[in-house]
Design a protein around this ligand. Structure first.
Ligand code: UDP
Length: 236
């Protein structure tokens, strides 16, 4: 499998065509952005960590009945995935209050919910990814009713599986963002990534942050946190 023309460059990844019409290569960058693109920087080694960690979890989830876009890891930074049309919704699941939830509702971070929550943001940079409910998503034609139901079902299943897995690594899965795509036959699959860029991870004992919040909040120790998560997942 080889890279052909670049199809897209996003904030953290590039996407290339391949010789197969239904597969693309994702290449993970070390570039990091936060605060709606206002904050820019580099996290050394992030591309490789996010690529490897994402692929590990995509394969684990696939085995447990969650369809994903994963095809094959090519090297440290590059992976072949099925070409999908991304459903323009960021799907956020929360187990513990943090980030924009805590800010929006005026509560402290760290409240453990009895049941996980789900919310959607409309993926639209010009509008700054506004919060949206499923009726609005339907009205805007972003997804069908059946697709939204399927996305919710898969997102909660991913949460159950990941939450239990991370707890064994002594990590609390606070919240995370998922993206889903449609295959050419219309089936919904999990796409994008599962990494310290897209999840909040807290050490189960100390609540130390082991994710991108260290970058967002200028806390220092950003690379150390990514490496620590890598060590817990892979033991290296
Ligand atoms: N998230 C993400 N991309 C985004 C927004 C959020 O991956 O564009 C992730 C973020 O890492 C966190 C979860 O989604 O794990 C919830 O983020 P939140 O809504 O609290 O937003 P933030 O505080 O990051 O602005």
């Amino acid at each position: 499998m080889s890279k052909k023309e670049q199809l897209y460059e996003g904030k953290a990844k590039k996407v290339f065509a391949t010789e197969k019409a239904d597969e693309v290569i994702v290449s993970y960058k070390d570039d990091a952005t936060a605060l709606d693109g206002l904050k820019k920087g580099t996290i050394n080694g992030k591309g490789s960590i996010n690529n490897r960690m994402t692929n590990f979890f995509m394969q684990m989830l696939e085995k447990q009945g969650v369809p994903t876009h994963f095809v094959e890891e090519l090297n440290d930074r590059e992976t072949v995935v099925k070409k999908v049309s991304i459903v323009p919704l960021e799907v956020i699941i929360r187990n513990i209050s943090a980030g924009s939830f805590a800010k929006r509702y005026g509560v402290e971070e760290g409240i453990v919910f009895n049941d996980p929550t789900i919310e959607f943001s409309y993926k639209n940079d010009d509008l700054h990814d506004p919060l949206i409910n499923s009726y609005h998503a339907l009205a805007l034609g972003l997804a069908t009713k059946a697709e939204i139901e399927r996305i919710k079902e898969l997102a909660f299943k991913v949460n159950d599986l990941l939450k239990a897995y991370f707890l064994k690594l002594n990590v609390k899965l606070v919240d995370f963002k998922l993206e889903f795509g449609r295959l050419s036959d219309g089936r919904i699959v999990l796409a994008d990534e599962i990494s310290p860029d897209t999840c909040r991870f807290w050490d189960a004992e100390t609540n130390e942050k082991l994710d991108k919040d260290r970058f967002r909040r200028d806390m220092g120790g950003v690379e150390d946190a990514y490496n620590e998560m890598m060590r817990r997942v892979f033991g290296d």
